[in-house]
Every structure is written in C-alpha cells, then in structure tokens.
Design a binder for this molecule. Structure first.
Ligand SMILES: Cc1cc2nc3c(=O)[nH]c(=O)nc-3n(C[C@H](O)[C@H](O)[C@H](O)COP(=O)(O)OP(=O)(O)OC[C@H]3O[C@@H](n4cnc5c(N)ncnc54)[C@H](O)[C@@H]3O)c2cc1C
Length: 395
C-alpha cells in the first residue's frame, strides 16, 4: 500500500534536488533568505502598494554583501570568484516572495556595471562602480528605445562626436530604475546603420538636456521604471565604454548570465504559486471533500509539478554545460521559453485553484499572475529567442 502521509510540498520541496548544489550553496541560500526575510518580507505589501522601496535597502544590501556579489573586492564587491549557482540562488530567493518591485532595481548593477568595470576608464571605477556597489548611487541599463527594443540594429539615439564630447540626441523607454538613476549605461549610435554603428556610453542623469518621466501602466508595481529623453546632451568622450562602434560585442556573454537569472526568477515564482495552490487545495473543502481530493484539481497540481521538474532538469544540466565552457545559447533561449511558459501556465492554474481567494490578499499568486507576462517579453522575447535558437542550430 502506498504511504499516504502528506508530504511537504512547499517552495523548497518543489525544487528538485540538483547534483551540482553543494553545502556552500546551501549556506549562500540561507544568507539570502535571511536578508529577504529580515529586510524585505515585513515591508513587501507596503512597498507593493507604494510601487517603491526606500533607498536604505541599497545600503543594507551593500553592507550585507548582497549587492556586491561577484564584483571585485577592491571595488567593494565580494570577489569575482563565484559560480553561476550563486547568481541563480540570488534570483530564486529574491523572487520567492514574488518581489519584483525590489529585484528589478536592486539587481540592475549586475547588468550595467560589468561593462563599465571591464571596458571603462580607471576614473569610472571610483566615480561610478564604487558608490554603486556601496549602495550610495544608482545605475540603470538603458537600451530599449521608443521605436522598439527587439531590433537593436535599428536604434536611433545618436552620439555625434564634436571635439572632446559626444552630443547625444534621442531617447530610451521602459527602463527599470530610470527615475532614480544617477548613471545610465546606454547604447547609442556613433557610426553608420546596423549593429556595427552602436557604442556603449555612460551618461550622467544630471547633465543638461537629460529629462525623464515615469511610465504608468502594467508594470512590476514599480514607479521607478520610466522614459528618458536626450536633447543635445554633451557627454565627454572619456565616457565611452569599450571600443567605439563595437558596443554590443562585449555584452553577449552578459546576456547569457542575465538569461540564467531571469529563468531562475521565473521558476522561483512558479514554485511560489504552486506551493500556495497545494496548501490551499489541501485546506479548502468543497462538495464534502478537500479540493485536492477532486481528481480535476489533483491533475492540475500534478501537471504543474511535472512542468516545474522538467524545467529544473533542463536548467541544472545547462548550468553544468555552461560552466564547462560549452556554447549553450540555443538551449538557453529554449529554456527561457520553457520556463516562462511554465510560469504563465502555473500562475493561471494556481489562481484557478485559489478561485476568488486569490484576490483577497494574504497570498502571492495574484501578483505573480500579473507579473508573469513581463518575463516572456524582457530579457529576450519569445519570438526573438526562437529565432535565435533556430539560427544557432543552423536551421
Ligand atoms: C517592466 C519592464 C522593465 C524593463 N526594463 C528594461 C531595462 O531596464 N532596460 C532596457 O533597456 N529595457 C527594458 N525593458 C524593455 C524590454 O527589454 C523590451 O520591452 C523588449 O526588449 C521588447 O522590446 P519592445 O517592447 O520594444 O517590443 P518590439 O521590439 O516592438 O516587439 C513587439 C513584439 O513583436 C515581437 N517581434 C519583434 N520582432 C519580431 C520578429 N522578427 N518576428 C516575430 N516577432 C517579433 C516581439 O517579440 C514583441 O512580442 C523593460 C520592459 C518592461 C516591460
């Protein structure tokens, strides 16, 4: 006879064991969880309502060795010698509560700082990297334009060289953290048409000619996401990051890391939804028995767990292959689609399990349901990633 003792099927239990996770990873996860439980969880509902969180969280995250994860120690980071799983666990733990409002801004230095540290001037290390890693200044990654984000080769924000300065004209939109950023890492057109004419340029938001504003609408409940306009903004040529007209060359590797983080965030939110659905279905009674005792509900839950386990198996093997130096671009693109469709499905089905209860507070499902869409669009949209995978596989 099968053992019918209820098993724990919470957030932790829903992550299948990985042969690659070590006790050191467990310790890092515990540290992150402690940070989230202490400094974020008690305020999260208020921050959701306010669409914002206090600046002090940046400083706290810096002091606790969270903000500087993976950055050079001499710049205030925790050291570059970290593996991909440390980053993955960061995304998992921050999204355990579906706290996109916090993560979107707090994690931006991971995307925006490496090109500056690797391709910027020594002066930028002191002026930009150090204060950002200390939580005292903020940076945003400003690439998407009002004319479109997917077709990077078509960007129209120009930086025209006049002596010692670039004169920047154009604009960016949908930029996480735009409203509070002191610095922007932007992609600007310094050369001819196509990808080859783009450069990365650091722009300080207090320069004359920079204006910005919020973007109301379906967001991560984050009012710091916004648009930026550049009108004859004079930027010293020393603000160029990397080689002129080779702006995207250095970013390719970074997109992989960003994609792994996005996938991990996606799967963590899925676990949160499924765990809440299971807990509810075990408690709620309809038609004389627990919700989970109705076959239709049991099938829904098993189906969600099955999809989650398949996605995690794919993720863990890709981490292993990536860390061995394999080219995983095609698989990573396909995994991102797999993970985001898993989230979309599970958020819908979990909300269905909770029924009207999902809308009455005290759970994360309703919020995650609304946030799920952005993961299918940002960090490489579904259509663009399918094309990328097809090209990489030589179809
Ligand atoms: C909450 C939020 C936060 C964001 N944060 C940032 C940020 O910090 N920095 C930043 O630079 N950007 C940010 N973005 C922008 C994001 O990166 C873009 O939305 C994304 O790159 C897609 O660009 P787009 O919205 O202009 O869509 P478009 O490029 O206009 O495309 C519209 C739709 O058409 C599809 N499509 C495009 N081309 C093709 C094709 N060839 N074949 C089939 N389908 C196609 C796309 O997949 C998409 O579904 C953010 C967006 C959101 C919503």
């Amino acid at each position: 006879m099968a053992d019918r003792t209820p098993t724990t099927l919470d957030f932790d239990a829903l992550r299948p064991p990985s042969p690659f996770l070590t006790p050191a990873h467990d310790a890092w996860r515990a540290k992150l969880r402690d940070f989230v439980d202490t400094h974020i969880a008690p305020h999260l509902d208020d921050w959701d309502t306010a669409s914002d969180f206090p600046d002090s969280l940046y400083v706290q995250a810096a002091q606790d060795g969270i903000l500087g994860m993976g950055f050079r120690e001499d710049l205030g980071g925790t050291g570059e010698d970290i593996g991909l799983y440390e980053r993955i666990l960061f995304a998992e733990e921050f999204f355990r509560l579906g706290s996109g409002v916090v993560f979107a801004d707090l994690a931006t230095p991971w995307i925006a700082l490496p090109p500056i540290i690797n391709g910027g001037t020594a002066e930028m290390l002191d002026r930009v990297a150090r204060p950002v890693l200390a939580g005292e200044k903020k940076i945003a990654f400003a690439v998407t334009e009002p004319g479109g984000g997917s077709d990077v080769s078509n960007f129209t924000t120009t930086a025209e060289r006049r002596g010692d300065v670039f004169v920047v004209n154009g604009g960016k939109t949908l930029i996480s953290g735009a409203m509070k950023a002191d610095y922007l890492l932007t992609a600007v057109r310094t050369g001819g048409p196509g990808m080859g004419g783009l450069s990365m340029l650091l722009i300080e938001t207090d320069r004359a000619g920079v204006t910005r504003g919020p973007l109301p609408g379906l967001q991560w409940y984050n009012k710091n996401n916004g648009w930026l306009k550049f009108e004859n903004v004079e930027v010293p040529v020393t603000n160029l990051i990397g080689e002129e007209n080779r702006g995207f060359a250095g970013l390719a590797g970074q997109f992989n890391i960003e994609r792994f983080s996005g996938i991990s965030a996606t799967l963590a939110m899925t676990r949160t939804c499924v765990a809440e659905a299971i807990a509810f279905a075990r408690e709620r009674h309809t038609f004389g028995k627990r919700l989970v005792d109705h076959q239709a509900m049991r099938h829904k839950i098993v189906d969600m767990i099955q999809r989650l386990k398949a996605a995690y198996a794919f993720l863990d093997i890709l981490v292993w292959r990536f860390e061995r130096g394999e080219n995983v671009i095609a698989d990573l693109a396909m995994l991102k689609i797999q993970a985001t469709t898993t989230l979309e499905h599970c958020a819908r089905e979990s909300l269905q399990v909770l029924g009207g209860r999902a809308y009455t507070g005290g759970n994360r499902v309703e919020r995650i349901y609304r946030e799920a869409r952005i993961f299918v669009i940002g960090g490489g949209s579904e259509e663009i990633l399918r094309d990328l995978a097809g090209r990489q596989m030589g179809l």
